[in-house]
Design a protein around this ligand. Structure first.
Ligand SMILES: [Zn+2]
Length: 299
């Protein structure tokens, strides 16, 4: 995405058409951990890049009752899906936010692998930002500021601590659903799923961004993979904390990888300047180089 004026205007116009309602193709880069929801039992935040119709732009699809979708609708990260979208219902005025109009009309078009040229091509075209730029933008204009972005972390490290568990209101939401089948909650949702458990640990990344004079950021990791990994560790009798360190630090922050964080902010108006790490993109440098070579040979 180039930052010139005409492309900014193209993005603005495309977003207007998205909110008016249409079918778009989205390359998925974010699936956050499920959290309790009064309406849908539990939901996740999905975000990605619109690849068609262009121009390339960030979108947030929220809420998505992912665990309750039919299996064939349960897309993986780095899939390209086709989905009907429209303006969100409840005053989420963030420019990237959309709602899914019919969960049963989600179609998975393509799953891109880690060596897929397509995957690297899309990510290459995303204009990077920094955590400091996102923060100051949301401070200055909580309603209209950019609320999703790709940043390069400098000297990142992870902090892991015991989770505080669900809040009182989240607990009440889960209890309220326990005697009730997902079926009762609307014809859209057909799958029941086991009650949502809070994972034992939460984690943060501490790093500097590329803005000159950046002091430090400490941002919570909301990626679903963090929760899923802990479930697997529990199931297999592993130590969840060391599993987190191994995957989210040793592997994801390895020097062999060109690691980027996808940041997103909170919906509540007074918390818009609070950004979290929604997803980690950590391709091997050699895979990026190979894909770029393949791309250049196409022209
Ligand atoms: Zn910074």
């Amino acid at each position: 995405m180039s930052a010139d004026r005409s492309s900014a205007e193209d993005v603005f116009l495309a977003r207007q058409d998205d909110r008016a309602g249409r079918r778009i193709q989205v390359f998925i880069v974010v699936k956050t951990a499920p959290t309790p929801s009064a309406k849908y039992v539990d939901t996740v935040c999905v975000a990605g890049l619109v690849v068609s119709p262009g121009p390339l732009r960030w979108v947030r699809l929220y809420p998505v009752p992912f665990r309750h979708l039919d299996f064939e609708r349960q897309f993986r990260k780095y899939s390209i899906i086709e989905v009907d979208v429209a303006a969100p219902d409840h005053g989420d005025g963030r420019p990237e936010s959309l709602k899914v109009k019919d969960f049963n009309r989600i179609t998975v078009l393509e799953e891109t692998g880690s060596d897929s040229v397509r995957r690297h091509e899309i990510m290459r075209d995303v204009e990077p930002t920094t955590a400091c730029v996102l923060y100051s933008g949301a401070k200055a204009d909580p309603a209209g500021a950019t609320s999703l972005g790709l940043v390069a972390p400098i000297d990142p490290r992870i902090e892991v601590a015991a989770s505080k568990g669900w809040s009182e209101s989240q607990k009440r939401t889960i209890e309220a659903h326990q005697d009730q089948l997902a079926l009762d909650l609307g014809a859209e949702l057909r799958r029941d799923a086991p009650p949502l458990e809070s994972p034992p640990f939460q984690a943060w990344y501490v790093y500097r961004c590329e803005t000159d004079g950046c002091r430090e950021h400490r941002q919570g990791i909301l990626d679903w993979e963090l929760t899923a990994l802990q479930r697997r560790a529990q199931k297999e009798g592993g130590d969840a904390r060391s599993w987190i360190k191994e995957r989210f630090e040793t592997i994801m922050l390895s020097r062999e990888r060109s690691t980027r964080f996808i940041l997103g902010n909170q919906a509540a108006g007074h918390k818009r300047h609070t950004f979290s790490v929604l997803s980690i993109y950590y391709p091997k440098r050699e895979a990026v180089n190979r894909a770029m070579m393949a791309l250049s040979s196409l022209f």
